[in-house]
Design a protein around this ligand. Sequence first.
Ligand code: ADP
Ligand code: ASP
Ligand code: MG
Length: 600
Amino acid sequence: MSIIVQKFGGTSVATAERITAAAQRAVAAKRAGHQVVMVVSARGKKTDELVDLAAQITESPRAREMDMLLSTGEQESVALVAMAIHMLGEQAVSMTGGQIGIVTDSTFSKARIRSISTTAIQKQLDAGKIVVACGFQGVDDEGNITTLGRGGSDTTATALAAALRAEECEIYTDVEGVFSTDPRAVPEARKIQQISYDEMLELASVGAGVMHSRSIEFAKKFNVPLRVRPSFSDGVGTLIAAAGGDESRVVTGMALVKNEARVTLLDLPDRPGVMSTVFARMAAHKIPIDMVVQNVAVAGKAEVSFTVPSGDLAETLTAAEEAIKELGAGKIQSGTHVAKVSAVGNGMRTHSGVAAQMFQIIANLGANIEMITTSEIKISALVDRKLADETLKELHQGFHLEAPRASVPPVGVRQTGDGGWDTEAHDALLRDVVSRLSSMEDIVVSEVLLDDAQSRVTIHNLPDVPGTCAQLFTAVAEGDVMVDMIVQNVSHDGSAEVSFTVNRSDLDRCLLLTREVLEAWDGAQLTSERDIAKLTVVGIGLRTHTGVGEKMFRALAEANINIQMINTSEIRMSAVVQANQGPAGLQALQQTFGLQSDRA
Ligand code: ADP
Ligand code: ASP
Ligand code: MG
């Protein structure tokens, strides 16, 4: 019998009426012939209330007790939902994370799922019951209650759907689906019919709060068809699947993170191993590093900047101090008044000029860009927090995301290739990849790539005023030069530095165009390197697993390879190195991540 997983977020079970409405959905699915697993969050603002309550007692609650406390919110919900189902004349059983068999590591408040035993659930389902499972929680090997991080019920639902091979995983929430940006921030935002795992992964990781980004990792890894639906209406919502929807659009969605802090480590030695040391320290403190920008060293001194959630700044500075001590040189700077705006879209793979357009819109607002990072399908820019909301609105309008979308033929969720279960492919995946994982949430690095067809262009001493990047990338885009990696960083003395990579065949044209723009900027200097190698690690959930960067940079350090530029995203991490070190770098990375060489 087919299994359906239905997840209900906090607002969808906030009151007795809504609890009954949620129960009705499950009962309807059951009566339509499915086995039904519900995953339920804490009611309304319950989790926030519990966090506040703890804060009234202590500033630094022990993590274990915090998880014990927060997990009660979900426990209340599941019992009530089960009662509501009983009232509707169906059998139901409520279960905690431990009772379901969700085993996690012991990282309280952000535990990762190690394994799920489906025996207990399956037994209840086979007995004709609707299983009502607590979202957001599990137990560690010692039997301690753990939680998966705020918003983690999405991850419970997707993980259960994967483990049970559910036919569909429905995420019921308080909006019509996934929108082009948060509809609360931009009322003109539009609902997206279908979006690819990669786009959703990037969007969730750059701040689209509608889905817990780790849930999309599961969905992609195990090919779970996910549908985000409204709980208050019969809307069909948004399908998150292997393929995206409206391919005619360059930008699919946008997101904003307001509480970012920026940390710069400067005057670092420019030698192999420096990045590895910095990342190892951050990983040891479990700091979720966000935008990372490392640009070409000047005068033998390297510099790296990154952002972290403001709440992690103090811990980050401690880790940074340790790194500098270990390296024997360096200084730390930080700033807190920044916000990150990001644009995501599959179309960026093939369209030039997206960056230019984005920077121009930001420049028109008089906003200065402090940092830029890109991935194949994402551009992020760091701007002054005061201008953040306006920037998001203007970008949304500038890319016409409020316009109606090309209609996409409805995609059956059970079709192979569209995100539905293809049993054979799923079995193969389980055998080949997942069986190698000791835990369900382990990192999956699927590929290591070497691109030796690119060149690097760097502009030093860029005037640190609004509009420079817009001017630069507009000029380059007008020459139809496709820009790949962009990293930009405002340095300590108020001047900015930007590097980007282009196809080698475009380099001369690009330099010509760049020189023209540069004439207007006093002191700006252009350097370039015709032959570079770009090494990329491709996978799922790379940035949220702090260990990937560390592993990548350690492997390169051990091979004595110096890193010139870094770029990271949820699905890719790239490093630019000297051209002649490309093959050795490729080999080192393949070895580190246990992948075979295709070139042998
Ligand atoms: P739940 O409690 O159901 O898990 P969340 O609050 O976690 O709900 O997620 C739904 C909220 O996400 C919406 O109310 C909306 O404000 C916010 N949101 C942020 N970005 C987006 C987006 N791109 N599309 C839809 N909703 C978004
Ligand atoms: N109740 C938890 C939270 O508020 C988990 C969730 O809702 O997904 O973060
Ligand atoms: Mg949520």
